[in-house]
Write a protein that binds this ligand. Structure first.
Ligand SMILES: C[S@@+](CC[C@H](N)C(=O)[O-])C[C@H]1O[C@@H](n2cnc3c(N)ncnc32)[C@H](O)[C@@H]1O
Length: 241
């Protein structure tokens, strides 16, 4: 009896049309309010502002994911998940079963180390379409997860902010990004030193140096936004498609 009821519920859920699923998901204002109840999701230079529920750069992350409507978004690096949460929410709102591949080896602290805790963290915000890989990009490119990736519509690069790592992250995914896709690079417009990995491991942000090199490539369009520590949008120019 119980198994028949369960089966019936499952069939109803699986056959719900996309429009209804959209109504079922929490409305945006309520969702942002919940997001900003976690002070950690207001940090790390995305220009968030709780007073007016302003996602800052998050609007842009959301907008491009709604516009490109990718099956897969790759996010490299996040402090407490602001960017993966926004992309995942946008993909859920697209009602096309898109997912976020989130690569982060949890080098700042232990936050991303326990898989159940990671799932719970995203589930707090009704997000179930994030696949977390607890590893560096260098390690991820050696996995079946990487080898089985098809097109990646959006890549968001926010891992270790050295020129060398930015280049590695970019080159690992650039071949998978279609002409309609985008690569976004965070903390990309100025050099500065960071104590994120501890006072004894100060390092210099040098993503900008890599971005400057991209600007000399004729097959790319590269566009900086000068907010906080900057965001750069990169796409393949039409001739390169
Ligand atoms: C804390 S984020 C930088 C802050 C970021 N602006 C934000 O919004 O969260 C940097 C993340 O990159 C991760 N990371 C460091 N080296 C990496 C690598 N080689 N591959 C992937 N992720 C890396 C760290 O574990 C860390 O969580």
């Amino acid at each position: 009896m119980y198994s028949q009821v369960f089966l019936l519920i499952l069939i109803v859920i699986l056959t719900v049309p996309p429009q209804v699923k959209l109504i079922m998901s929490a409305n945006t204002t309520e969702w942002i309010t919940r997001l900003f109840e976690d002070p950690d999701l207001l940090r790390m230079g995305h220009c968030q502002r709780p007073e007016d529920l302003n996602l800052g750069m998050g609007w842009l992350y959301y907008a491009v994911a709604r516009l490109v409507r990718p099956e897969t978004v790759v996010v490299i690096g996040s402090w407490r998940g602001f960017a993966p949460l926004i992309y995942a929410r946008a993909l859920a709102d697209n009602v096309e079963d898109g997912k976020v591949i989130f690569i982060d080896p949890s080098l700042v602290d232990d936050f991303w180390k326990a898989p159940q805790q990671v799932r719970d963290h995203f589930a707090r915000f009704d997000i179930t379409n994030v696949e977390h890989y607890l590893m560096t990009t260098q390690e991820f490119v050696e996995t079946d997860g990487y080898r089985s990736l098809g097109e990646v519509g959006i890549v968001f690069i926010d891992g270790y902010h050295s020129e060398e790592q930015a280049r590695f992250d970019f080159e690992a995914f650039e071949p998978l990004v279609p002409g309609s896709g985008l690569i976004l690079m965070h903390d990309s417009i100025q050099r500065r030193s960071s104590k994120l990995y501890g006072p004894d491991r100060v390092y210099e942000y040098s993503v900008k140096d890599f971005v400057d090199q991209l600007k000399s490539r004729e097959d790319l369009q590269v566009f900086d936004l000068p907010f906080a520590n900057g965001l750069t949008l990169v796409r393949k120019s039409i001739e390169a498609r």
